[in-house]
Design a protein around this ligand. Structure first.
Ligand code: NAD
Ligand code: DAU
Length: 360
């Protein structure tokens, strides 16, 4: 397997070569968002020695309530922007390691207004890696499988499926994925040229609690809970490779603590399903007729299929997904949204108005 940087060992301090990395003070960017908050909670619960500082701008996607139950002596929230160089410099200088989740993350929004994606995903990542390089801090960059573009639908379910691997070419197709691909390239370049002590992970579609209701699964669940009809883009044949966010958290921890510097790891749990099949499962679990949804305008440039070959992560680091029953995970997720109405109800009408403006 090829490293994303070839001359790393020469440029790194010996404590990194030996793998002796202190992780007691973690800086988590974007830790008030969906995956970042679940990761902060995962570390809080499973590694009691770790102190966490979350840096989050609290955009529309960030929510202090995602962390309320763990904020205290061990977990602090700093409200700020990853593009704010003096703030980033100060926080990075005090951390042992940085796990970088902060991003503009929604494809539909990027298609309407790409600018915040360029600013946060590219300039924000640049700002962080400048500081991490300056202070020789361990840096983990959380990225997406979308940097590889999409796969043909014809191979889905054929038994001999082509999947993304660490050597797949970068071919992003949307403004969001292009901005994430750009950020990956910056991390790769800083690692090779300036000795940044970095790893990258490229994960598939996450589901679970605290996911913003603009995203596919929570949008459909909360549509049903609020008396609206679910919305399916186009044919519904597009395939996503679903993974529970807790499995993503465990993979990131393994990469952070055991991964090789200069390596990119793909994260996925063999969870390929068409959007139509996922929606039908939600309808069935929520006691609705199978056809109780609207077909709406398709997403421009809609990626057909994502599928991850995670064998490097499994073989090298021994990671295994724990949430292997998608239907059970989905049922838990439905129960979470059902019992946390106050978490999403206030923003529901506005999210749906925005979609309606674009016939989605
Ligand atoms: P999210 O939109 O739920 O959360 C993003 C968080 O980043 C929010 O809390 C937001 O306030 C914060 N943020 C945005 N701009 C910021 C800025 N300039 N400064 C500081 N904070 C800022 O996103 P998510 O779904 O939790 O995704 C987290 C990361 O994981 C992203 O980097 C995304 O590309 C990546 N990822 C997501 C998925 C997925 O399925 N959602 C899959 C693979 C990778
Ligand atoms: O693959 C990883 C990526 O997964 C992450 O990098 C992104 O941050 C994350 O948002 C997600 O991107 P997608 O575009 O795949 O996720 P989204 O939830 O927006 O859509 C999932 C699929 O469902 C996609 O094929 C579009 C479709 N869809 C989406 C919505 C919101 C619908 O059919 N109806 C909808 O209402």
């Amino acid at each position: 397997m090829q490293k994303f940087s070839k001359n790393l060992i020469r440029s790194f301090p010996s404590r990194i070569k030996k793998g002796v990395i202190n992780m007691n003070h973690l800086l988590i960017t974007g830790g008030a968002g969906f995956i970042g908050a679940n990761f902060a909670r995962y570390v809080y619960e499973s590694h009691p020695e770790v102190q966490i500082v979350v840096l989050d701008k609290l955009t529309y996607a960030g929510n202090r309530a995602n962390l309320t139950d763990i904020l205290g002596d061990r977990v602090k929230l700093v409200v700020g922007d990853i593009c704010d160089a003096p703030l980033v410099d100060r926080l990075v200088s005090k951390a042992d390691a940085i796990v970088h989740f902060a991003a503009e993350s929604h494809n539909d929004k990027a298609l309407v207004n790409p600018w915040p994606f360029i600013q946060t995903n590219i300039v924000g990542t640049y700002t962080l890696i400048q500081a991490a390089t300056k202070y020789h801090k361990r840096f983990h960059h959380v990225s997406t499988d979308e940097v590889y573009g999409d796969l043909p639908l014809s191979e889905h379910g054929s038994g001999d499926e082509g999947k993304f691997t660490p050597t797949s070419p970068y071919q992003p197709s949307s403004p969001y994925s292009a901005s994430k691909a750009s950020s990956d390239m910056l991390v790769r370049a800083w690692t090779r040229s300036f000795g940044l002590q970095a790893t990258i992970s490229n994960c598939s579609n996450n589901y679970g609690p605290y996911q913003h209701i603009e995203k596919f699964i929570p949008r459909q669940i909360t549509n049903i809970l609020s008396g609206r009809r679910p919305k399916l883009y186009g044919t519904g044949n597009n395939v996503r490779d679903w993974i529970h966010t807790n499995d993503h958290s465990a993979a990131i921890w393994d990469i952070l603590t055991k991964g090789r510097i200069g390596e990119a790891y793909l994260i996925g749990a063999n969870g390929e399903m068409s959007n139509k099949a996922v929606l039908e499962m939600i309808l069935q679990l929520m006691g609705q007729p199978q056809d109780a949804y609207d077909v709406v305008r398709d997403r421009p440039g809609h990626d057909l299929r994502y599928a991850i070959d995670a064998s490097k992560l499994r073989t090298e680091l021994g990671w295994r997904p724990q949430y292997t029953n998608f239907e059970a995970g989905l049922q838990d997720t439905i129960e979470w949204y059902t019992s946390h109405r106050s978490w999403w109800e206030t923003s529901k009408a506005q999210v749906e108005q925005t979609y309606a403006r674009h016939n989605q």
